[in-house]
Design a binder for this molecule. Structure first.
Ligand code: SF4
Length: 321
């Protein structure tokens, strides 16, 4: 099976939302950092080439809100050209969807991208827009998902385990089923408590154990509908029947991945390495550490490790019994 490496390309820091759970801080969004066209050309040229038949590179373009970069179309054209030359194999876009609610713009950019990742906070418009601090962002996001699907782009919807909406995960899953059938992929992710998400953790943080029944119910609803799902959550907390939805080989992907950003240019994907790979002692000694992917570090800084120690012990006891 081919292995892939992600090239995380963070092209700017400005955004048209002010999400309470943004992994950047408000100060860094205000810096208005961005990569220039020349920098992107040079950095894309410096991506290590794939020299065997066993690997492939996926570029994931993010920001801020990447589509607000004044040269966004040129940037995705550069990536498309790298794809044509065989240096990249897939182009994914991480967007809040607001600009792509415009059908003409969505159609323009869709010819250069393969996949899009959009985070849906809630399906109640008022609750959703509380997260983004932008009235109308729910309506725009839904329109963007419709537009991308119409343009033939693979849509990945990310749902977050986060206090204001974790109990609504099953309802959100029902909404997705009814609206898009199984035409979208859905990932349920633990929250990365960095940037504003960390600053606002007093309103966002929820214990994994409290979220478990809602995550499992949401997964049931999506799986029944034959939707492709993945879950980034501690496996010792989930029932073992859901372990199969934790992506295999994710550790290798992150280990091999690169990050490109205005501040740090090109380097290892340090934040993800810290969150997913450099694990605490409790996890490092666990039989499932290679299979278990979730942003543990900041979570354990907020709560401590006791919840995971207990969940791991219970998991081992259940296996033995
Ligand atoms: S102890 Fe850590 S690695 Fe093991 S299942 Fe729990 S969270 Fe995952």
């Amino acid at each position: 099976m081919k292995k892939f490496r992600k090239i995380y390309i963070n092209i700017n820091s400005i955004c048209n939302c002010k999400c309470v759970n943004c992994i950047l801080s408000e100060d860094s969004r205000k810096m208005h950092d961005e990569l220039s066209i020349d920098e992107i050309n040079n950095l894309v040229d410096s991506i290590p080439q794939i020299t065997d038949n066993q690997h492939y590179n996926i570029a994931e373009v993010s920001g801020g809100e990447p589509t607000l970069h004044k040269h966004f179309i040129e940037i995705v054209k550069i990536l498309q050209s790298a794809k044509t030359k065989g240096h990249l194999h897939k182009i994914a876009l991480l967007t809040n969807g607001l600009t792509a609610s415009n059908k003409a713009f969505c159609s323009d950019i869709s010819q250069y991208i393969d996949d899009v990742v959009i985070t849906l906070y809630d399906t109640n418009p008022i609750n959703h827009d509380w997260f983004t601090n932008v009235s109308g962002s729910f309506v725009d996001k839904i329109a963007a998902i419709d537009n991308f699907l119409e343009c033939g782009v693979n849509v990945h919807i990310k749902l977050l385990v986060i206090r204001p909406s974790y109990q609504r995960l099953p309802e959100i899953a029902e909404f997705i089923n009814q609206k898009w059938g199984n035409k979208v992929h859905v990932a349920i992710n633990g929250t990365h408590y960095t940037g504003d998400a960390h600053r606002n953790n007093d309103v966002l943080f929820i214990k994994n154990q409290n979220a478990k029944p809602y995550i499992e119910k949401a997964l049931d609803i999506l799986i029944m509908n034959k939707t492709i799902v993945s879950v980034f959550f501690p496996l010792c907390i989930l029932d073992p029947i859901y372990w199969q939805y934790s992506p295999r080989g994710f550790k290798d992907v992150i280990d091999a991945s690169l990050s490109i950003s205005p501040k740090y240019k090109i380097g290892k994907a340090d934040r993800l390495l810290d969150e997913f790979i450099h694990r605490n002692d409790v996890c490092e000694s666990c039989l499932l550490v290679e299979r278990c992917n979730w942003p543990w570090k900041r979570y354990c800084e907020i709560l401590d490790e006791q919840e995971i120690i207990e969940a791991k012990n219970n998991m081992y006891k259940n296996i033995i019994n």
